[in-house]
Design a protein around this ligand. Structure first.
Ligand SMILES: *Cc1c(COP(=O)(O)O)cnc(C)c1O
Length: 360
């Protein structure tokens, strides 16, 4: 994984004191970007590890003990014109609101998070800690492109008896990332594990959901696959999503299908964007139940969507000893063409007709 934990110096911290959100931008210890990169390995590690601590956050609390936490993941992309722009941060902020509501946390003040994200990225850019655009990235259609990954997350007050939070923090940190999935065969396998159940919390981007995903993925990797795909909990017959990404299948007639949003599916912003892109180019897009058998029998291509990789074309899907190969990874596939279109908009190489890109 290309997530290395070099947290950028500027972070944002908001705390609900019972009545209001009190916020601060914090500049953690740092040298210049160049001086840090010239440090000996151990000194560098010490410096960036120190930036992954906030002294006053409690050790024992509902987040560390019970997974009571929701978070977001979004990116700011270096643009062809030299600027830096956020991809749909308004949608991430709306989803954070709905996650916090789902966990009965006090609501954030309007625009607090959007301003925090924008300003934190801007401050890190001002001190030279965000990547600059590199035309070389165009050679592999931005597969090797870098971006600023922004991670806002909640953290709770001290407590050891199981409880909900009334005085959470929302902390926002940034780090630089490059391509998430190394290009390869991209083979997926269905998992027998359950990620989410009806009336559960699968629709919330909460820490509590990700242990099942990590276990399923580790098992998939043990068996020689890249990624696990979750089926529905009731029948185990229908595809729901990848471990941290949404699932699409392409059928003859340019018919693109993704499972409908429900309380077991995470409402991905990349998912939403791909639906828009596909409809905009005249494809026949449906949000409907997607039986794994139908995918194995009829699908031409499959891909996953998520902020980390954008679009990840799948080369094959295996379910109960039956495997199907797809043409998703071929140069002229619909998956690759949607990936190129999405990345072109994100890196500012193509006009943004949907108003998705926000100035930093
Ligand atoms: C974050 C996430 C996604 C993808 O959402 P994006 O907004 O596209 O990044 C999909 N599924 C799960 C379970 C997730 O946590």
């Amino acid at each position: 994984m290309a997530f290395d934990l070099s947290i950028c110096p500027w972070i944002h911290c908001a705390h609900y004191d019972g009545e209001i959100w009190v916020e601060e931008f914090i500049e953690q210890n740092h040298l210049s970007f160049e001086a840090e990169n010239a440090l000996e390995e151990q000194d560098y590690q010490n410096l960036i590890n120190a930036r992954n601590h906030l002294q006053h956050l409690p050790l024992v609390n509902y987040t560390t003990q019970y997974g009571l936490c929701c978070f977001e993941g979004l990116k700011a992309f270096p643009q062809v014109d030299g600027s830096l722009k956020l991809f749909r941060p308004d949608r991430n902020c709306a989803r954070m609101d709905s996650s916090m509501k789902g966990l009965r946390m006090p609501p954030l003040r309007e625009n607090l998070l959007l301003n925090a994200i924008t300003e934190t990225v801007r401050r890190n850019q001002m001190i030279g800690f965000t990547p600059a655009y590199n035309p070389k990235w165009e050679d592999d259609f931005w597969l090797s492109g870098e971006a600023v990954y922004i991670r806002p997350f909640t953290y709770t007050e001290p407590g050891i008896g199981i409880n909900l939070t009334t005085r959470p923090w929302v902390v926002t940190v940034c780090t630089t990332v490059s391509a998430y999935f190394a290009p390869g065969k991209n083979n997926a396998v269905t998992s027998r594990r359950i990620r989410a159940t009806p009336l559960g919390i699968g629709w919330i981007k909460t820490a509590a959901n990700y242990v099942s995903s990590a276990l399923a993925n580790a098992e998939a990797i043990d068996e020689g696959y890249m990624v696990a795909i979750f089926l529905d909990s009731l029948t185990q017959e229908n595809i729901e999503e990848g471990s941290t990404s949404n699932f699409f299948a392409l059928f003859p007639g340019k018919r693109l299908v993704t499972p409908p949003l429900s309380d077991t599916i995470l409402p991905g912003i990349t998912r939403e964007s791909v639906i828009t892109l596909a409809r905009n180019r005249g494809m026949d897009v449906h949000e409907e139940i997607l039986p794994v058998k139908k995918v194995l029998d009829e699908a031409l291509e499959c891909f996953l969507t998520g902020t980390a990789a954008g679009i990840t074309p799948l080369g094959s899907l295996t379910h109960q000893n039956r495997s199907k190969e797809f043409s998703s990874l071929e140069d002229d596939s619909v998956s690759i063409s949607l990936l190129k279109e999405l990345k072109s908009i994100q890196y500012g190489a193509m006009k943004d007709p949907f108003g998705w890109m926000f100035d930093v």
